[in-house]
Design a binder for this molecule. Structure first.
Ligand SMILES: [Zn+2]
Length: 230
């Protein structure tokens, strides 16, 4: 989805920010100077499992990806974590929050998830997620993407003041791992130069992961180059 605001639903009458429009930042790579189509693949590891088939397909095709992991995912997936760390030439681990809490102020649900509520809760979610990654990998993450890719404006200001960059995206490949494989593959295959592709690697029992693998294969076949976010 393009950048823009969505209303935060389900707020209580007394909430301070009942009418706040959330920010959904978009992110693009700088245009390539030599005519090569370049894209970045980013995969969220929300709380859940490990889509090993997808990870293996990326390794087989030598496709780099930025994996946004939650602290909960790290706790629950030691084998998956070991797989990613064994392929650090391809996989960069970045911050998807400690507990997969939306960086949204006020009370209410954002896509079914309770908002962080306060700036202090946002700070904790980001800092604890970063600490979990540092403990697991020895490296501090530089990017953060919250649970729903939507943010309160003040939360963005706070996170950026922590020296962390907000990882938006430009191509939603799997709509929360909800799309069938063919649709996911089609979306990815149509990625334009500079696209930051968003998908999921925490849903091993859904068909969307196979779609990501197929879409990536199609892009590779078309000569597209996969790069990191930096
Ligand atoms: Zn997530």
């Amino acid at each position: 989805m393009a950048a823009g605001g969505v209303a935060l639903g389900g707020l209580t009458a007394g909430a301070a920010r009942a009418s706040e429009a959330l920010i959904e930042p978009s992110l693009h790579l700088p245009p390539s100077s030599d005519g090569t189509r370049r894209v970045a693949l980013t995969l969220d590891a929300c709380p859940g499992g490990f889509d090993r088939r997808l990870a293996e397909a990326l390794v087989e095709q030598r496709v780099p990806a930025t994996i946004f992991v939650t602290g909960l995912w790290i706790q629950w997936n030691p084998v998956g974590l070991a797989f990613l760390l064994a392929n650090r030439d391809l996989f960069t681990l970045e911050n998807h929050g400690a507990r997969h809490v939306p960086a949204v102020l006020g009370q209410g649900l954002v896509f079914g998830l309770p908002a962080a509520g306060t700036l202090e809760a946002v700070r904790r979610e980001v800092a604890d997620g970063a600490a979990a990654i540092l403990a697991a990998t020895g490296t501090s993450p530089r990017w953060y993407r919250d649970a729903t890719a939507r943010y309160s404006r003040d939360a963005i200001t706070l996170i950026e003041a922590m020296g962390i960059r907000i990882a938006g995206y430009s191509l939603n490949a799997d709509m929360g791992a909800s799309l069938p494989a063919g649709a996911v593959a089609d979306r990815i295959a149509r990625a334009r130069d500079g696209a930051v592709i968003l998908g999921h690697i925490n849903q091993p029992h859904r068909p969307s992961g196979a779609g990501i693998a197929a879409g990536v294969r199609a892009l590779r076949g078309a000569g597209v180059v996969f790069v990191g976010l930096e």
